[in-house]
Write a protein that binds this ligand. Structure first.
Ligand code: DX5
Ligand code: ZN
Length: 218
């Protein structure tokens, strides 16, 4: 199954004194998704915001909240994010917790689930879970900060996961996050990506509609 391609601007590169205005910018362009980066200062060396902020954003937005949990203990927070209005909750494979149970619980809470892998993590680490996820997120930078250069060496990993998806007739989305712009978006698309996170390249551009069109390949 082929998914329509989606651009999810990352609010990490938006205005943190007025996140609602950044979400509105996305919605006014006719985009459907927004990417929310949640960082705990443990799994990644940075902090962002929590479920209370997500709930406040939900009040003024009908965007699809693609929620990327960069947390050491994500299973402790999924319920709070589901209640806050997240539509999709992605968890990393690297920390120690019950990944299968947490993925199942995200669905029970009425959300789509996603599994994320860092640049240093091989595709094989997530392979056993492919039948149980709505989205796989391949990090194309080490998570923690926006504005880092794209890791071109992630392209074979993306292609590998897309190949498994086709062979097994699975329908999860394949997302990339980090350093995605007018040049790297199309490279990821050619490798099988259908869902693109863009922070700096989107919020830093005067022609955001053009970024959306080119990155997602509409
Ligand atoms: C990085 C975050 C990304 C970040 C991407 O830890 O997961 O979502 O916002 O930012 P850019 O697009 O600037 O690389
Ligand atoms: Zn992210």
């Amino acid at each position: 199954m082929k998914h329509a391609s989606v651009l999810a601007p990352s609010i990490l590169a938006g205005n943190h004194a007025n996140l609602a205005s950044s979400a509105k910018t996305v919605e006014d362009l006719g985009l459907k998704w927004i990417h929310l980066d949640i960082m705990d200062g443990h799994f990644v060396p940075n902090l962002t915001f929590g479920p209370q902020t997500v709930a406040a954003l939900r009040q003024g937005s009908s965007l699809f909240f693609d929620t990327h949990l960069m947390l050491d203990q994500p299973h402790r927070y999924i319920e709070a994010f589901a209640k806050a209005g997240s539509n999709l909750i992605s968890i990393h494979i690297e920390p120690e917790y019950d990944h299968a149970a947490t993925l199942a619980r995200i669905r029970e809470l009425g959300c789509q689930n996603g599994l994320v892998l860092n640049p240093g993590t091989p595709a094989e680490a997530i392979e056993p879970y492919l039948g149980f996820v709505d989205l796989v997120l391949v990090m194309t930078v080490q998570p923690g900060f926006g504005g880092q250069p794209f890791r071109r060496d992630m392209l074979p990993k993306i292609a590998r996961i897309d190949c498994w998806r086709q062979e097994r007739n699975l329908s999860f989305r394949l997302e990339v996050d980090g350093g995605i712009d007018l040049a790297t978006g199309p490279e990821c698309r050619a490798a099988g990506t259908d869902t693109f996170v863009a922070g700096t390249s989107f919020f830093g551009s005067a022609d955001k509609a053009a970024v959306a069109r080119t990155v997602a390949g509409w």
